[in-house]
Write a protein that binds this ligand. Structure first.
Ligand code: NAD
Length: 254
């Protein structure tokens, strides 16, 4: 593992022990990082509290990323308690069910806008708030999916949203490079989580990934976590603006 001792990181997007963010948070703490965590909705708290205890998180706060005041309060708290921050993992996505289950051509303006705001623009807002606290440089990570690059059956409006998220990653990387802040997007293959269970025919998407990936298997949140821990380590300082696949090689195949 990579040495993250002395680093402090914020994890946005743990819902439960199946979450990709949980796999990453575990890897960060195993490598010696101190973490703080947030959860989106009140009813998630019961699942997230034991995780915060298990990982010895410095803090656990509610933060709906569509609420600007909550975001400002979160980063003000980090400034007052930690004084700085080394990395942030943004592992958040949302789209209204009707829009997610229909073709893009039928998506509602409200649903598309909401999905883009919560799943993409919130990463730019996170970067803006984290930047002044990354006094020694830092690392920002988000989580994308291959459906943003190629058309994947039933991925629907999350396809254009992830395409925008990957482009946002590149622009933020260009804008923050002089501050020594790297910005990357992990792109894991399909993993059964609460968010992915909302995708129509997710089982089919997972079967397709197994069939067409060179390794013929699904990836785990621990494997995604290992890559995330590397990306926030000093060893990855020169890697920025990238989409970093953790998909058993699926993206190289037709
Ligand atoms: P998950 O349900 O465990 O995590 C999604 C998180 O987003 C939850 O913690 C939820 O509370 C949070 N969230 C949604 N709206 C929010 C809001 N307004 N404010 C704050 N938090 C909010 O599912 P996951 O699969 O771990 O998803 C994490 C990320 O990984 C997402 O961006 C998803 O698109 C991406 N991803 C998932 C897969 C997969 O197959 N599971 C593959 C590639 C990428």
């Amino acid at each position: 593992m990579f040495d993250l001792k002395g680093k402090k990181g914020l994890i946005l997007g743990i819902a439960n022990t199946h979450s990709i963010a949980y796999g990453c948070a575990k890897a960060f703490t195993q490598a010696g990082a101190e973490i703080g965590m947030t959860y989106g909705r009140d009813k998630t708290r019961t699942y997230v509290e034991p995780i915060a205890e298990e990982l010895n998180a410095d803090f656990l706060k509610q933060c709906d990323v569509s609420n600007d005041d909550a975001m400002e309060d979160l980063f003000a708290y980090i400034r007052d308690s930690w004084g700085r921050i080394d990395f942030v993992l943004h592992s958040i996505a949302f789209a209204p069910r009707d829009d997610l289950h229909g073709p893009v051509i039928n998506s509602s303006r409200e649903g598309f806008t909401m999905a883009m705001d919560i799943s993409c623009h919130s990463f730019a807002r996170t970067a803006r708030l984290a930047r002044p606290l990354m006094t020694d440089g830092g690392s920002l990570l988000t989580v994308s999916y291959y459906g943003g690059e190629k058309v994947v059956d039933h991925y629907s409006i999350m396809g254009p949203v992830k395409a925008a998220l990957e482009s946002t990653t590149r622009y933020l990387a260009a804008e923050l490079g002089e501050d020594g802040i790297s910005v990357n997007a992990l792109s894991p293959g399909p993993i059964l989580t609460r968010a992915s269970s909302g995708i129509k025919e997710f089982d089919h998407l997972a079967d397709e990934a197994i069939e067409h990936s060179p390794e013929h298997r699904l990836v785990t949140i621990e494997e995604v976590g290992a890559y995330a821990a590397f990306l926030v380590s000093d060893g990855a300082r020169s890697i920025t603006g990238d989409v970093c696949y953790v998909d058993a090689g699926r993206h190289i195949m037709l």
